[in-house]
Design a protein around this ligand. Sequence first.
Ligand SMILES: Nc1ncnc2c1ncn2[C@@H]1O[C@H](COP(=O)(O)OP(=O)(O)OP(=O)(O)O)[C@@H](O)[C@H]1O
Length: 262
Amino acid sequence: MPEAVVELDSVGVVRSRTHLLRDVDLTVEEGQRWVVLGPNGAGKTTLFDVMAARTFPSEGRATVLGETLGETDVSELRPRIGLSSATLAGQVPGREKVRDVVLTAAHGVVGRWREQYDDVDVARADQLLAAFGVTGLGDRTFGTLSEGERKRVLVARAVMTDPELLLLDEPAAGLDLRGREDLVRGLTSLALDPASPTTVLVTHHVEEIPPGFDHVLLMRAAQVVAAGPVETVLTAGALSDTFGTALELRLDDGRWAARAAR
Ligand SMILES: Nc1ncnc2c1ncn2[C@@H]1O[C@H](COP(=O)(O)OP(=O)(O)OP(=O)(O)O)[C@@H](O)[C@H]1O
């Protein structure tokens, strides 16, 4: 029986007397690749922050990598989790060299300050930049990159530390078509590699689901609409319920596409 990497039991998050999450049950097992889909304001980022051990549940119980939030030292738990999110992007100094943005992940810091890196780390950072389609940008400063290039650098950074859990919050937001496809290709390779960490990817768009992602959580209005294997959970009906509008859904050669029902 594979071990649960994330176990949420009736989790609620309440702020200003509003439920950002309500009664969320979820088990993510080792080796699984999950996509969290839902409309704006559904609670996806709040759920992401719970899995990242950055937000604690107001109700229920959340266990991440065997540690129950509220009963553990998160400073030991957080380095075991690889993160890419808009919040993190905002924390990277613009003058930081791109290669260093990836390299500093190994030290759990944002901003390089006199750490020493091995050649093997530098080679891995360059290899990851190449895997996510941003080869040759290693010597540029982060501030000079386009939005899409920054996103891909941050995914490379999240993977750099060989985390036990990899969390990606809307990594394709703001990317142009080529950037999105480069990212999806990189994430597909990652998903199909059995050595890759358990991964959870948050997105608004089924077009951004990389082949190899095997589970889906659909969220709407702070609650779970459906969760489970992609082939059973991701249906036009469930997607229409999630987004509150009638949708058609197609699967073509491993890639999903959705549009308003005709
Ligand atoms: N501190 C807070 N107090 C009250 N409401 C909040 C607070 N933080 C977030 N919210 C609200 O909670 C809801 C869920 O937010 P969350 O960011 O988790 O949604 P999301 O699914 O990630 O949305 P998006 O797709 O737009 O990024 C939103 O309606 C948001 O406005």
